[in-house]
Design a protein around this ligand. Structure first.
Ligand SMILES: Nc1ncnc2c1ncn2[C@@H]1O[C@H](COP(=O)(O)OP(=O)(O)OP(=O)(O)O)[C@@H](O)[C@H]1O
Ligand SMILES: [Mg+2]
Length: 233
């Protein structure tokens, strides 16, 4: 018997005002492993994650988290249902220290052990606990944003471009940590680096102008003759 997915999305249609950006998008993510969302700039990847996270309300369609309807839940309730979300931008509080950012991520879960677990995953943060998050490098900032989300102990983690603006030498480190996390929880990763995205994920969806144009196992998607055309600017 296959396990129920941690995330199921059906027929999502999301608009900004009168302009429709997502068209009948369907996607599901298993309880363990990573799903990649690919697509050129403006394809609707961030809009999809924001809709799953509850920052945008779809005009049509449904979001189910951990087997329960979530379409009408506000973001906080989705977080309580097991969602973690690392947005593409402004994922940390620049004027607060690294430690304070982590403490806010912990919210009700303020035990030091949880913070220590995050510092084990991202040891670079341990040396910078007192530093303002706004002065971190791109890679450190992404690690902090992921670490904050992990303190909520998500069952499902949405990551919008976790390696954007990160120096190449640190990208591998972040991707390795994500691969380890995917052994325990479900990840949905929007990622521009095609090779990394397909390496870390088991399944991939390619959006084209707000529609799922291609989906399948990451190996199938990697070898699909349509892929490069769908990602070409
Ligand atoms: N707040 C907004 N108001 C109006 N249109 C928006 C808004 N945010 C995004 N859009 C438009 O929606 C479309 C999809 O944007 P989205 O940010 O989801 O794309 P993306 O795939 O994440 O792109 P990128 O790879 O550049 O991050 C784009 O045409 C964008 O201009
Ligand atoms: Mg985006």
């Amino acid at each position: 018997m296959s396990e129920q997915p941690i995330l199921r999305v059906n027929d999502l249609c999301t608009f900004y005002g009168r302009s429709q950006v997502l068209f009948d998008v369907g996607l599901s993510a298993p309880r363990r492993g990573a799903v990649a969302v690919l697509g050129r700039n403006g394809a609707g990847k961030t809009t999809l994650l924001k809709t799953i996270a509850g920052e945008l309300r779809p005009q049509k369609g449904a979001v189910e988290i951990d087997g329960r309807p979530a379409t009408r839940l506000p973001t906080e309730k989705r977080i309580r249902a097991g969602l973690g979300y690392v947005p593409q931008e402004q994922a940390v509080f620049g004027r607060l220290s690294v430690l304070d950012n982590l403490m806010i991520g912990a919210m009700s879960n303020r035990d030091k052990a949880a913070v220590d677990r995050v510092l084990q995953i991202f040891p670079k943060l341990a040396d910078r606990l007192g530093q303002h998050a706004g002065t971190l490098s791109g890679g450190e900032r992404k690690m902090l944003a992921i670490g904050r989300a992990l303190l909520g102990e998500p069952k499902l983690l949405l990551l919008d471009e976790p390696t954007e603006g990160v120096w190449i030498g640190v990208i591998e480190e972040i991707v390795d940590r994500l691969a380890e996390l995917a052994k325990d929880i479900g990840l949905v990763i929007v990622e521009q680096h095609l090779d990394l995205a397909l390496r870390v994920s088991d399944f991939a969806y390619v959006l084209d102008r707000g529609r799922v144009a291609l989906s399948g196992s990451s190996d199938e998607v990697r070898n699909d003759p349509q892929l490069l055309r769908l990602l070409a600017p």
